[in-house]
Design a protein around this ligand. Structure first.
Ligand code: ATP
Length: 439
């Protein structure tokens, strides 16, 4: 590092993927963060990892940590990015001690998070590890989403010793149920961050895996304090819908949700203008998309997903079994309540708690609160997670009054939404089971 264009100031932390360093550019004297990621040995995977890292890092948006450059040193891919001197949001929340944030700050920060995450989703990229620790602040108080793409980079190579899951406290119910990660899974995680901003607490507090997963899968969280506006309470409730189809997309949250007006009044005006321009120029017009799809029929490059008005370019779906899209498609006019029954294995929401997972976790040693969660292929501790195993795994003591997702057995799709899933879902529960059986 010292011989290159940057000099090392200090190590600012070590995450699940490697170290984060604070460096100074020798020429400009500006400070940056360098994230080190271990590179795979296999050549073709190496190329993919490089490409993906750079592609993902190059997303440009005022609410996304800015990429500067990437270079390789030894076996490490080093991604140089903007340094957010205000630190991460988790630190900011912890500084508050018991003093609640004012509503303006909550709305201003949350609106910016949504704008950054929406930008990623518009490009068909999933963050997969949204949490207050991955959300940063600049010295002028702007919110920046960081660390997106790490998950994809990590997943892109089997040479890595891990299968990526996410951060358990922020992971949506469908992930515990081994369903594919989708844009609404990011919405769930942002719901957790919004809840933290509103209460300084995590919505799903638990002292055991079992309790955490059951709470998440039931969508059971202590309600927000009454003094917060109804729109926010309603939004949180919707973001914690256990069925991803019932959660609003970021597009809906920012444009046509009850809370949109409040949020948009807290976004900088340039963001509103930018977004309107993007909508005018870049995005598919729904009517046009439908016409093209009708014309081309089965051979269409554009396929409509479970939800109307959703366009997928097949270019984005390489390697996906084509049949799955057919399973996911719902004819116009069919009853959304039946979608989960009719739409095939991958879309079905299982109503039972994930027994398979709970059984598996009984065997796991658990540690490290709030960390990114990986299935460790090589180690003797296959599940590295956030909670320490209590003597009795059954309860968390008396439950406080909780809001439960009452509608979870009667799914109600948000037909206006744009939905997409990860491209190569990994059956991580199966991976973990295999490892346990080999031990
Ligand atoms: N762009 C940045 N600006 C300022 N601080 C940063 C930046 N990126 C990371 N950090 C800080 O560096 C430390 C390490 O971050 P890193 O993302 O590597 O792991 P993590 O988020 O702590 O853990 P995990 O990998 O489990 O998510 C954290 O304290 C984080 O706040």
């Amino acid at each position: 590092m010292e011989q290159g264009p940057y000099s090392l100031l200090r190590v600012i932390g070590e995450g699940s993927f490697g170290r984060a360093l604070l460096v100074r550019c020798k020429r400009s004297r500006e400070t940056y963060v360098v994230k080190e990621i271990q590179l795979p040995k296999n050549q073709s995977k190496l190329e993919n990892t490089r490409k993906e890292a750079v592609l993902l890092s190059r997303m440009k948006h005022p609410n996304i940590v800015t990429f500067r450059e990437a270079f390789e040193a030894d076996d490490l891919l080093c991604i140089v990015m903007e340094y957010c001197s205000g630190g991460d949001l988790l630190g900011r929340i912890q500084q508050q001690k018991a003093t609640q944030f004012c509503l303006d700050d909550i709305l201003k920060w949350f609106a910016q998070m949504c704008a950054g995450a929406k930008h990623i989703h518009d490009k068909r990229v999933l963050h997969r590890d949204l949490k207050s620790k991955n959300i940063f602040m600049t010295d002028n108080g702007t919110i920046k989403l960081g660390d997106f793409g790490s998950a994809c980079i990590l997943n892109s190579s089997k040479a890595y010793a891990h299968t990526y899951v996410g951060t358990p406290y922020y992971v949506a119910p469908e992930i515990w149920d081994n369903k594919p990660y989708n844009n609404k899974s990011d919405v769930w995680s942002l719901g957790c961050v919004l809840y933290e901003l509103c209460t300084l607490q995590h919505p799903f507090q638990a002292s055991s895996w079992k309790s955490l997963i059951l709470k998440v899968c039931r969508g059971a969280y202590p309600p927000l304090p009454n003094h917060l506006p109804y729109e926010l309470q309603y939004l949180v409730k919707q973001m914690f819908k256990t069925n991803p189809k019932d959660r609003p997309s970021l597009h809906t949250i920012l444009t046509s949700h009850r809370v949109s007006r409040l949020l948009r009044s807290h976004l900088p005006s340039q963001e509103i203008v930018r977004e309107q321009q993007e909508r005018r120029t870049g995005q598919w017009n729904r009517e046009e998309g439908k016409k093209v799809a009708d014309l081309l029929g089965e051979k269409s490059l554009i396929k409509t997903s479970t939800f109307e008005g959703v366009e997928f370019s097949e270019g984005h779906c390489e390697g996906r079994e084509p049949g799955l899209w057919h399973q996911a498609a719902r004819p116009t006019g069919s009853d959304p309540a039946n979608v989960s029954e009719d739409s095939g294995q991958r879309r079905r929401w299982q109503r039972d708690p994930p027994e398979r997972l709970l059984g598996l976790l009984e065997k796991a040693r658990l540690k490290r609160a709030f960390s990114t969660f990986l299935i460790n292929r090589a180690g003797d501790d296959p599940l590295v997670g956030p909670l320490s195993q209590p003597p009795c795994d059954d309860t968390d003591g008396p439950e406080p009054e909780v809001a439960v997702d009452e509608d979870r057995l009667q799914p109600r799709s948000d037909d206006e939404d744009t939905d997409f899933e990860e491209e190569s879902p990994c059956d991580w529960i199966h991976e973990a089971e295999k490892m346990f059986s080999e031990q």
